[in-house]
Design a protein around this ligand. Structure first.
Ligand code: NAD
Length: 422
């Protein structure tokens, strides 16, 4: 099995070779790189909850705190049967890197529980969230670690965890969690933030390649929060969305899909497989989606979607990574040799954590911004990050990921040096 954390470490090592020359004290630099390949803290616990049938069930829970040299740990909480210690370690490492890529004042964290939340009733899920919130309480807080939603968690779960945290500490502290419901201090624009941020990167990239939306065919793997919003925003701006998929497979139409319509069908019928049968739409497998002759392929599901085994079949000219870690280093090597641009996750999906940062700022000030302000600020941050990365790509003739990592690791290492940590 591919270890996501091994991949994260390989990515750091590859960029360390590029960055080395920028540091006179090689020993300090090597210490910093070594430290970035470990974690400051991993906490784990087996959480017991009483199920509706009166029996108790045990769930393994984690929180990984990778590096907080640039600010409090920040990162989502994932509920999925495939959550593992390796996965939260990788995801928290990428969070440290991502926050530095877009220049927001956080380090990286990530949490998760091995669970299929669809198999729990609402009351069982609430119970699990509150127990997890209690478990996290001593380790989190606005200036320590600020969790947020990730796969299979959302504002409802954040509200339950916040309640457990505030009950245990005895005071209100909305800035401890982001991605909360609006009524509890959530931010306007948070739900669509990750897709919105990715969309701004798409616009920048299209400008850079001198393409036009109407002639840009896009295939999107994954149609959850991120995939849906990205497709909707791109489609509204005239891009041609030719395929969208979920875990059952993909709906494909080379003339372009009506995203809103298909989203409505999926909402009603549950899966794209059912949508295709019921609505007589063209259905292909996720493997076939990867091999479509499109301009841009957008992995927006889970990690390790593009590997050494399937990179050869990819025909897209560019990959815009919306999921975390969707391309393995070996898969990437094959694609880079064919001059496929890979716009990295740490840039493309940073819109979520950026609006989380805005939510935290609003909570700390007891203030709420308009959606217009949120989106304007987000656009500015995403445009700036793309511009900085593109400049490095052009000057150093390296890939987008290498450029993003080089900029980011430099910011983190400089913060570690300033603190005298290495
Ligand atoms: P989600 O749970 O809402 O959606 C995941 C989607 O992926 C679903 O449509 C699911 O059917 C699909 N999927 C699962 N396995 C698949 C497979 N094998 N093939 C094709 N599709 C598959 O999750 P999300 O919030 O949209 O997150 C998606 C990715 O984006 C994750 O990697 C997550 O870490 C990353 N991300 C999310 C956010 C956020 O704000 N939600 C922020 C940054 C990064």
């Amino acid at each position: 099995m591919i270890s996501a954390f091994e991949n994260a470490k390989k990515q750091i090592d590859a960029v360390a070779l590029l960055l080395k020359t920028e540091y006179q004290d090689k020993l300090i630099f090597e210490k910093a790189i070594k430290s970035l390949k470990t974690h400051q803290k991993i906490i784990k616990k087996k959480i017991l909850i009483r199920m509706d049938n009166g029996k108790t069930k045990v769930f393994q829970a984690y929180r990984s705190q990778h590096n907080d040299a640039r600010g409090p740990f920040k990162g989502g909480i994932r509920f999925h049967p495939k959550v593992s210690e390796d996965e939260v370690k990788a995801l928290s490492t990428w969070m440290t890197i991502k926050c530095a890529v877009v220049g927001i004042p956080y380090g990286g964290g990530k949490g998760g529980i091995i669970v299929d939340p669809k198999k729990l009733s609402d009351s069982e899920l609430e119970n699990l969230c509150k127990k997890y919130g209690e478990f996290l309480t001593p380790h989190i807080g606005p200036w320590r670690d600020v969790p947020a939603p990730d796969v299979n968690t959302g504002e409802r779960e954040m509200a339950w965890m916040l309640e457990a945290y505030e009950k245990k500490t005895g005071f209100h502290s909305p800035a401890t969690f982001t991605g909360k419901p609006l009524e509890l201090g959530g931010s306007l624009g948070r739900t669509e933030a990750t897709g919105q941020g990715g969309f701004y990167i798409l616009q920048n990239y299209i400008q850079h390649t001198r393409s036009v939306p109407a002639r840009t065919a896009i295939a999107i793997q994954g149609f959850g929060n991120v995939g849906y919003w990205f497709s909707k925003l791109a489609s509204n701006s005239g891009y041609k969305i030719v395929a969208v998929s979920d875990s059952s497979g993909a709906i494909y139409d080379r003339k372009g899909i009506d995203v809103e319509k298909v989203a409505g069908y999926k909402e009603r019928l549950g899966s794209f497989e059912k949508v295709s049968t019921e609505k007589k739409m063209n259905f292909i497998t996720n493997e076939e989606l990867l091999s479509l002759d499109v301009d841009i392929l957008v992995p927006a599901a889970l990690e390790n979607a593009i590997t050494v085994d399937n990179a050869k079949i990819i025909r897209a000219k560019a990959i815009l990574e919306m999921a975390n870690g969707p391309t393995t280093p070996e898969g990437e090597e094959i694609l880079l040799k064919r001059n496929v641009d890979i716009l990295p996750d740490v840039l493309c999906n940073a819109g979520g954590v950026t609006v989380s940062y805005f939510e935290w700022v609003q909570n700390l000030h007891g203030y709420s911004w308009t959606k217009k302000k949120v989106n304007e600020e987000l656009k500015e941050i995403m445009n700036k990050a793309f511009g900085e990365i593109l400049a490095v790509v052009k000057v150093k003739k390296i890939s987008f990921r290498e450029a993003a990592y080089a900029l980011s690791l430099k910011r983190i290492i400089d913060a570690m040096i300033l603190r005298g940590r290495v």
